[in-house]
Design a protein around this ligand. Structure first.
Ligand SMILES: *[C@@H]1O[C@H](CO)[C@@H](O)[C@H](O)[C@H]1NC(C)=O
Ligand SMILES: *[C@@H]1O[C@H](CO)[C@@H](O)[C@H](O)[C@H]1NC(C)=O
Length: 373
């Protein structure tokens, strides 16, 4: 958690990094001093990271002209995916208050994550910290920052933030109203080597009923309130590119101000998340389709009771992140596959209402389109 002392250290660290980055930009003409300042920056990062018990970051890459690259290519250049790396020991959450503030109302939930994950770095990121952090992580891909700042609702920003932080740093993202039931060290079944997995996801909904479309936007819906990934995962790269593109397209067309809460699922939420993952499973760039017996779709995931691996993705059954909902085959909280409990989702309500509910919950009743979180 981000207590005042650590917040201060983080702020000092960010300021140092900014100072060094701006220095290295200014001295581009003079290679020797720019190398020096890059060394200094690497040292500063290493020192700050050592303090946070992190491995040092990979050496900074030479600056290149990225103007001709697509967002997807820039993202790939900036954050490489190394499947054999370890899952970083981070837990990321976001809320408008830090646990140190009196208004923070999720102490028990937040504590459950720390208790289950000793040794992990656990941060609850506020809006202003998110702005600073993203500036640092995505400063070289301005369209991503532009899209983030253009998003008209806090819930949209919260959605995009989780993809961005996981893409750049990896670890676990989980909504602030979730409880950890079991350590993430136990999420991947022991028979699956961790160096062959880069993304762990759960199922939000598996509504096997003819009227499923009245309730959910996809027949199988993957949840994005809890995600574990290694940095640079291609699914995250794709969803960040998609959201950046659709947000900036809407901005250009002047459609963002009229954006309605019930369309959150399509722009940043579970619908686009599910589509991106399904497309990845059928993407010839990543999977050898010749050996596949057919297209992967909802049928491969409906009714699942144990984990299933597709390529480098482990898909957990609905019980793992949605235990105790009493439907769609989800088992109870004491089931061995129950890993995370989500307070809010235990109701069988249409998605649009649930998402509007989320915004109201953040703001108090009655306010539908918040100006700020
Ligand atoms: C979105 O993607 C399409 C297709 O790749 C491209 O033509 C368009 O310029 C992009 N729009 C924005 C705003 O980036
Ligand atoms: C997915 O299901 C199809 C049949 O619907 C099957 O042919 C295919 O092998 C399955 N793929 C995986 C990875 O389970």
């Amino acid at each position: 958690m981000l207590n005042p002392r650590r917040a201060f250290i983080a702020a000092a660290f960010l300021l140092t990094v900014f100072f060094l980055i701006s220095r290295s930009h200014n001295s581009e003409q003079s290679p020797s001093s720019s190398t020096e300042s890059r060394d200094a920056e690497a040292e500063a990062l290493a020192a700050a990271n050592a303090q946070q018990r992190l491995p040092p970051p990979p050496p900074q890459k030479p600056m290149i002209d990225m103007s001709g690259m697509s967002t997807y290519e820039k993202l790939a250049y900036q954050y490489e995916y190394d499947i054999e790396s370890k899952f970083p020991a981070y837990i990321w959450q976001t809320w408008k208050y830090t646990p140190g503030e009196g208004e923070f109302q999720f102490r028990e939930q937040e504590a459950s994550w720390s208790i289950e994950h000793p040794g992990f770095i656990h941060e609850v990121i506020t809006d202003s910290v998110a702005d600073t952090l993203l500036q640092l992580l995505y400063g070289s891909i301005p369209e991503v920052l532009e899209a983030y700042h253009a998003l008209p609702l806090p819930v949209l920003k919260a959605d995009l933030f989780r993809y961005l932080i996981l893409y750049a740093r990896g670890g676990i993202y989980s909504d602030i109203d979730t409880y950890a039931i079991k350590s993430a060290l136990e999420w991947i079944p022991p028979q699956i080597p961790k160096e062959t997995v880069g993304l762990v996801i759960g199922i939000e909904a598996d509504p096997d009923r003819p009227d499923w479309a009245d309730w959910y936007s996809r027949r199988i819906q993957f949840c994005q309130w809890t995600i574990q990934s290694k940095p640079g995962h291609p699914v995250l790269r794709d969803i960040i590119s998609r959201i950046t593109n659709s947000t900036l397209t809407m901005k250009k067309e002047g459609k963002l101000s009229a954006f309605q809460g019930n369309r959150v699922v399509d722009l940043t939420g579970p619908a686009v998340w599910t589509d991106t993952i399904m497309d990845y499973f059928n993407d010839e760039r990543y999977f050898d389709m010749e050996n596949s017996k057919g297209k992967i779709d909802y049928r491969n995931f409906t009714g699942m009771e144990t984990s299933k691996r597709v390529g480098d993705v482990v898909v957990l059954p609905i019980t793992s992140f949605s235990p105790g909902v009493g439907q769609m085959g989800a088992k109870d909280y004491d089931d061995p596959m129950a890993f995370v409990k989500h307070d809010f989702e235990g109701t069988w309500k249409p998605e649009s209402e649930r998402h509007i509910g989320e915004v109201q919950q953040e703001l108090g009743e009655g306010e539908e389109a918040p100006k700020e979180q």
